[in-house]
Design a protein around this ligand. Structure first.
Ligand code: 5AD
Ligand code: SF4
Length: 398
């Protein structure tokens, strides 16, 4: 792959760009001479001044045009990316991935398997900006993963706006099984799934194939049928719950994650309460929530959007506060357990701990008694404590 890194801002950012470049070279990628030649453009950003933010956004606008013409991976790293990933994705949906400043060493193996989307959610720019679904042939995906594993990756994440509608010669569940057969690959993740394309077969693969990491991101967006209808999500709350039911009894390992949009045009107090009720009923382990933002060219622009911003913000804050409690409870359930975690830093951080991550996507701060840890390898750790954003762990006794 040919990459281009563009750097904005301070010395710190330039330094990080060099590190990123080092990682990419180590993985066998080559520097591109310009955007036209690049398969990956990585914007290493600075958020100190609104002007820098504006420049990044305008560059992203240009890259969006480029993406319409050919396959191009766009990533954003640095302070701007660290600060407000949700906002960034909302303002620039052409971004394929975001790396916070903390995450710089974990450039993951991301495998795009499907481009575009055949759904037509009324708030979403993807159908217009990315067009209808294009599926990669399954053998192509498997070959790419084989190459990534040969280059040293042990973990891949299959990406698409709607991965589970995959039809590149087999079903998405079958694709997962085929990718899992690649020798040396340890974990596979995938995002994002649409509830209406979530099948019992996929649920079985998720719980039955040990290489498929127990992590499911299944965006629900709202707990109100009226709002879901106006969003044109193609399901009712009952149908969403029925899909979750395919999972059977939820395994303690599974991290179930979702997205919510609050303040969608016409959302009443009762609609919002229904969203809180759904959160309470399902007890998602993780969720990402956003205030509705009107996007150019989307059908939802025609809906009357007269809810004061203050009310939307209040709803968002309430939802997120409750989610933080639920995430903390979910993390606490792991305390005392011994699990595998992948070491994601080459050296311990200032606090003396290493960053690692479990199969179900939880961040670990690992204390290793001064012992060196193998970068990117799995180690057995015992969870000793939990906060809402990370778990503390020590090396499991052997
Ligand atoms: N306004 C707010 N949130 C949005 N999302 C997508 N489009 C919008 C929008 N116009 C959110 C959805 C989606 C996630 C990736 O971003 O929750 O699942
Ligand atoms: Fe497609 Fe997801 Fe956008 Fe809906 S929200 S149109 S499923 S990309």
């Amino acid at each position: 792959m040919k990459y281009l890194i563009e750097t904005w801002g301070c010395q710190m950012n330039s330094h990080d760009s060099e590190k990123l470049e080092g990682l990419l070279l180590k993985e066998g990628h080559e520097a591109a001479t310009g955007v036209e030649e690049a398969d990956l453009v990585l914007l290493n950003t600075c958020s100190i001044r609104e002007k820098a933010v504006q420049k990044v956004l305008s560059e992203l606008g240009y890259l969006a045009e480029e993406k319409k013409r050919r396959p191009l991976l766009v990533g954003v790293a640095g302070c701007l990316a660290q600060q407000d990933q949700a906002e960034l994705f909302r303002r620039a949906p052409q971004i394929d991935f975001v790396l916070g400043t903390m995450a710089i060493q974990q450039l993951p193996a991301l495998v795009s398997i499907i481009e575009g989307c055949n759904h037509a959610c009324t708030y979403c720019v993807v159908p217009t900006t990315r067009g209808p679904e294009r599926h990669r042939p399954h053998q192509d995906v498997v070959d790419e993963v084989r190459g990534l594993v040969a280059a040293g990756y042990r973990e891949v994440e299959l990406l698409g706006q709607n991965v589970n509608s995959f039809q590149g010669g087999c079903s998405f569940a079958e694709l997962l099984d085929r990718v899992a057969e690649v020798d040396g690959l340890e974990w596979i993740r995938f995002t994002t799934s649409h509830p209406m394309n979530f099948t019992p077969q996929l649920a079985r693969t998720l719980s039955g194939n040990p290489k498929v990491a127990p992590f499911l991101h299944l965006p629900v967006q709202s707990g109100s049928d009226a709002v879901l209808r106006r969003m044109r999500r193609e399901y009712t709350v009952a149908q969403y719950l029925e899909r979750l039911g395919y999972l059977g009894e939820r395994s303690a390992d599974l991290c179930l994650s979702t997205d919510f949009i609050v303040g969608f045009p016409g959302e009443t107090d009762a609609d919002f309460q229904a969203t809180l009720d759904l959160l309470e009923q399902v007890k998602f382990d993780l969720s990402f929530s956003f205030i509705y933002s009107p996007r150019p060219g989307t059908p939802a622009l025609r809906l009357k959007d007269d809810l004061p911003h203050r009310v939307k913000l209040e709803r968002l804050t309430r939802l997120q506060a409750r989610q933080t409690e639920l995430t903390l409870a979910s993390n606490r359930r792991m305390v005392g357990r011994t699990v595998l975690a992948r070491i994601e830093t080459e050296a311990p951080l200032d606090g003396g701990h290493w960053l690692a991550r479990t199969a179900n996507w939880k961040n670990i701060h690992l204390l290793a008694d001064g012992r060196p840890m193998p970068f990117r390898e799995l180690v057995e750790v015992r969870i000793t404590d939990a906060g809402p954003h990370f778990l503390r762990a020590e090396l499991a006794a052997r």
